[in-house]
Write a protein that binds this ligand. Structure first.
Ligand code: G3H
Length: 321
């Protein structure tokens, strides 16, 4: 198996489903949207710190390709980018010559080429699973898919939850499903994709976050990238506060992964600032925070180049990632 993310923290073992806690979870939409609206632009990261924040963002990227026309060749190119996300002279200039992304994220069939291309790097391969993106295939096949992906070398499994269980208030069903997914993952870490754009309300997002954590999710993740609404700041606030609540009550650290539509360096910095404010610095490391993104790295590289050289290059030079 590929290496699991380096962490000294204990995994989330989960707990019994606490329906009193789940029902008590609330989300005040207007207060959350007001707070989220103040975030972009408010934190102007100054020049000296900009490169450090951008480098931090790179180290937390799950560099992703999830397309029907993915090939071993495309995955090998993505993995080359994962190993060396930014031009060597730029990494030297910011004093981080060995910087890599957090993981490479692919469909099941692309695990083997990704594992081969990342051999010896310590960069884990994450696989989307359980009938991604809709999660509507037979349950036993969803479980078997996890097992096959772990067998193929995925160290992280990004499962999709059954949205219908949330929409019908079947919290026990969601808990049981997530428990079974976690068990099927074995030593591989499991990220629970809530597909928040399809959950209807922020209250459902808060409750689904809690239920997945109670069932043992190592990370909770916003979106597949395939919903019409993917990662947003209001949803992030709700999920980060659920993680904080879970940590306060259990002492367990659960990770957070916003995914889908995050493609600009300045948006990445806004997310990092939000995580820092809501959860503190410890969550700003790849064992507790990831961006799920296919095109963010290109813009970060462009901004870093500007930081180091004072000039922007054409965006086509950073097409991959
Ligand atoms: O989890 C990762 C997402 O699928 C990536 O979405 P994106 O292509 O909008 O960056």
């Amino acid at each position: 198996m590929q290496p699991v993310p380096q962490t000294e923290l204990p995994r989330n073992p989960g707990m019994e489903l606490d329906m009193g806690w789940v029902r008590a979870a609330r989300a005040n939409r207007s207060a959350i949207e007001r707070r989220a609206a103040t975030l972009p632009g408010r934190r102007s990261v100054k020049k000296a710190h900009q490169a450090a924040w951008l480098a931090r963002a790179i180290s937390c990227i799950d560099l992703t390709t999830l397309a029907g026309d993915d090939t071993p060749g495309r995955v090998a190119r993505l993995c080359a980018k994962a190993r060396q996300p930014v031009r060597a002279d730029l990494l030297d200039a910011i004093g981080l010559p060995g910087l890599t992304v957090g993981a490479v994220c692919v469909y099941h069939d692309m695990i083997a080429p990704a594992v081969a291309a990342l051999q010896g790097t310590g960069i884990p391969v994450a696989a989307v699973s359980t009938g991604f993106p809709a999660g509507l295939s037979p349950f036993h096949l969803r479980l078997a898919e996890i097992g096959e992906s772990v067998q193929a070398g995925a160290a992280e499994i990004d499962i999709v939850i059954s949205r219908r269980k949330v929409l019908t208030g079947d919290w026990q069903g969601l808990y049981d499903e997530m428990r079974a997914f976690r068990a099927a993952c074995g030593e591989a870490h499991v990220k629970a994709i809530l597909a928040t754009g399809e959950l209807g309300t922020l209250q459902n997002v808060a409750r689904a976050s809690l239920v997945c954590m109670m069932a043992g999710a190592d990370f909770i993740k916003t979106s597949t990238g395939k919903e019409s609404v993917n990662a947003t700041l209001p949803v992030s606030l709700v999920m980060l506060r659920a993680i904080r609540d879970y940590h306060e009550r259990t002492g367990i650290h659960v990770g957070y992964k916003p995914a889908g539509g995050i493609s600009k360096a300045k948006d990445a910095v806004t997310y990092l600032a939000l995580v820092k404010e809501e959860l503190g610095d410890r969550w700003l490391r790849p064992d507790l925070f990831r961006f799920g993104a296919s095109s963010l790295l290109g813009d970060i590289e462009r901004q870093l180049e500007h930081h180091v050289t004072g000039a922007y290059s054409a965006s086509w030079r950073h097409a991959m990632g």
